[in-house]
Design a protein around this ligand. Structure first.
Ligand code: ADP
Ligand code: MG
Length: 279
């Protein structure tokens, strides 16, 4: 039989927008000692603004944005949303493939258009120039670098207080991200995170979680974009916002509907209280 205390815990959670998919996850929340965060959409808002645009000189910045948007209209990634919004109305390429953690490739007749990270372009054999700050989306057509779009988002309002509370509670705090090291390290320093690892592909996030699980009891908190597998591998996987991909909501053990990092603290507290009642 299922102890009654679990029903109380799950009910109390759902009233606060914290959906726990089973009593065993309340137990896991009570026992975690390591909290692993995704960056984009989890600790940061995921609402990007374009901060600069550089082209190879052949195109105007508007032409570059229009080409990028024709590819990005196929994607629900937060970077895609920002670029499409800047471009306004327009057409899409019919044949677009998403490379999770890298970006996208569009097939347009004989042409191939690549939109994504510097790492993606390097994998394809293109050398691209990095710049000062921000998250970068590069655009390459066949063998030619067309330019890059630089974007930034902001920390969520309660990210700092959440990390502070976790550190005070003795938790190990870790951030894993596919974004550039300069961006990741700035966020890590601002939040006071114990550990930051950047420029990770989705499978590398999974490997990092697998290493952490050997050392302790791990909660992974993500927004569901490119991190469904990492969510599934942690002792307890939490997805923020309930707006993530269906795959991630499916892979998550707990859904934090309000999209606020401090709900993680509430979820942990719920786990602990339930444990006191059940045991
Ligand atoms: P994070 O770990 O920060 O959530 P992702 O794994 O979703 O990041 O993406 C890592 C990087 O891959 C992004 O910073 C970006 O450079 C690139 N990327 C991923 N998806 C897209 C996309 N749809 N358009 C452009 N770039 C993308
Ligand atoms: Mg993400």
């Amino acid at each position: 039989s299922i102890p009654l205390g679990y029903f109380g815990g799950i009910g109390a959670g759902s009233r606060r927008g914290i959906l726990v998919k089973g009593g065993q996850y309340l137990d896991a929340l009570a026992e975690v000692d390591t909290i692993v965060f995704d960056k984009t959409g989890t600790l940061t808002t995921g609402q990007f603004n374009v901060t600069s645009i550089e082209t190879n000189g052949q195109l105007s910045t508007d032409e570059l944005v229009q080409i990028a948007a024709r590819v990005e209209r196929a994607s629900t990634h937060p970077l895609a949303t920002a670029i499409v919004e800047l471009a306004g109305e327009g057409t899409s390429f019919a044949d677009v493939h998403e490379e999770p953690g890298y970006g996208l490739m569009a097939v347009d007749g004989e042409d191939r258009i690549y939109v994504g990270s510097a790492r993606y372009m390097e994998k394809l054999g293109h050398r691209v120039q990095g710049a000062r700050v921000g998250t970068h989306v590069h655009i390459v057509k066949n063998d030619e670098w067309l330019g890059r779009i630089e974007l930034m988002d902001a920390l969520k309002r309660d990210a700092r207080e959440t990390i502070l509370a976790l550190k005070r509670g003795g938790y190990r705090t870790v951030m894993l991200t596919g974004d550039r090291a300069v961006v990741a390290e700035a966020v890590g320093a601002e939040l006071g995170l114990d550990e930051v690892t950047s420029e990770l592909l989705p499978h590398e996030k999974v490997e990092a979680v697998e290493r952490l699980v050997k050392d302790g009891k791990v909660a992974f908190v993500g927004d569901g974009m490119n991190d469904a597998a990492a969510l599934a591998r942690a002792d307890v996987g939490l997805v923020m916002g309930g707006i993530g991909s269906d795959a991630a909501v499916g892979a998550a053990d707990v859904v934090l509907m309000n999209d606020e990092p401090h709900d993680l603290l509430t979820a942990i507290e719920l786990g602990r209280r339930t444990k006191q009642i059940v045991w």
